[in-house]
Write a protein that binds this ligand. Structure first.
Ligand code: SF4
Length: 348
């Protein structure tokens, strides 16, 4: 694989030297790739390079990136959802979520997902394969290209379970941080939690990145083990209390905070008794709970909790001393739920 995206400045200088060019040619490639204003990301467009150097790179199979555009949906609130094709004809989704000051890219880490969460369209088809770091990073280029803005924040909340693709995840974070110039503190890695992997994530992060400064968001979605297993079948391998203990260890190891994501599902986990149970589970842990409105999908029976239940739940957690926010759903009018666009495209 000779994708240039994800290459460090040193890597590109070395490529230039290998081709008998001066090192600054590598730096020119570097500046060109990571400048969002350069739209058409192919080697022909790097006009500062000599023609014969561009030709040699192409003849030897180098590309800037390998994903291709398949479909886009723009919601009324400006949220952009992209369906992209990989070189082996799989489809992945990514989302650009704009506000006045930020552009957050929601990235996929796998094609499909093995975790089979019952509320999720991506989980329906299982896992095809994990993405390479270059394919993860390419999603940022596409979002910047279509939205004509620089991405400022990253969330790994798209298709896939990032902790089942740790090496490529961390290689992509290195590049997001050093090449795309996005601080690790503006990156959130979201996981449904896989046994032993929270510890491995911090260990590997110190090995690969030299530190661990991103935020970890754990998709808890339940206040007890029984409810969790009904909505996340893979949860049977990982006791909810152990997830909280491992999260505390992550905070100790890294100094970073952990947030718990809680999808509010009507009649499943949205009662005050659940808020009280969640309080008992998290009491004494300096964490943050994000309550999320559910984007309903056709194939499953779960329903979005009412706004009233959401507000009551939030107030109860807050009264109980738990830091809590309500995360508004964006892009509701355009298949905003994870995996929906891909699913629709397959059905067509
Ligand atoms: S919610 Fe996330 S972890 Fe669960 S099946 Fe969907 S993509 Fe996978």
């Amino acid at each position: 694989m000779k994708n240039l995206i994800g290459s460090s400045i040193k890597d590109l200088e070395n490529i230039a030297l290998d081709y008998g060019q001066a090192a600054f040619r590598g730096r020119q490639i570097y500046s060109w790739i990571y400048n969002y204003k350069n739209k058409n990301k192919n080697i022909d467009q790097i006009e500062v390079l000599p023609l014969d150097f561009r030709k040699k790179l192409k003849d030897d199979g180098f590309k800037v990136s390998e994903l291709s555009f398949q479909e886009k949906r723009l919601a009324n609130d400006g949220t952009l959802k992209l369906l992209l094709s990989t070189g082996d004809h799989e489809s992945i989704e990514c989302v650009g979520i704009p506000t006045e000051k930020r552009l957050t890219a929601c990235l996929s880490s796998q094609v499909g997902c093995p975790m089979d969460c019952k509320f999720c369209a991506t989980g329906k088809d299982g896992l095809k394969r994990s993405l390479r770091a270059s394919e993860i990073l390419d999603q940022i280029l596409f979002i910047e290209n279509v939205m004509n803005r620089k991405v400022t924040n990253i969330v790994f909340m798209g298709m896939g379970e990032p902790l089942l693709n740790i090496e490529e995840l961390l290689l992509s974070i290195r590049s997001i941080n050093e090449d795309f110039q996005i601080s690790q503190r503006k990156i959130t890695v979201s996981t449904v939690a896989v046994p032993k992997m929270i510890r491995k994530l911090s260990e590997k992060s110190f090995q690969i990145l030299g530190n661990c400064q991103f935020t970890l968001a754990i998709s808890l979605h339940a206040s007890n083990q029984k409810i969790r297993e009904t909505i996340i079948p893979s949860a049977k391998n990982y006791e909810i209390r152990n997830i909280v203990e491992d999260s505390k260890q992550f905070v100790k190891d890294t100094g970073r905070r952990v947030s718990f994501e809680y999808l509010m599902l009507s009649g499943v986990n949205d009662k005050l008794e659940h808020a009280n149970e969640l309080t008992s589970l998290l009491r004494g842990f300096q964490c943050h709970v994000n309550l999320i409105q559910y984007n309903q999908i056709d194939e499953v029976d779960f329903k979005r909790a009412s706004l009233n239940n959401l507000q009551l739940f939030k107030s109860r957690l807050s009264d109980n001393g738990i830091a809590v926010s309500l995360r508004k759903s964006r892009g509701l009018d355009k298949n905003a739920a994870c995996g929906q666009l891909r699913q629709n495209s397959k059905n067509k």
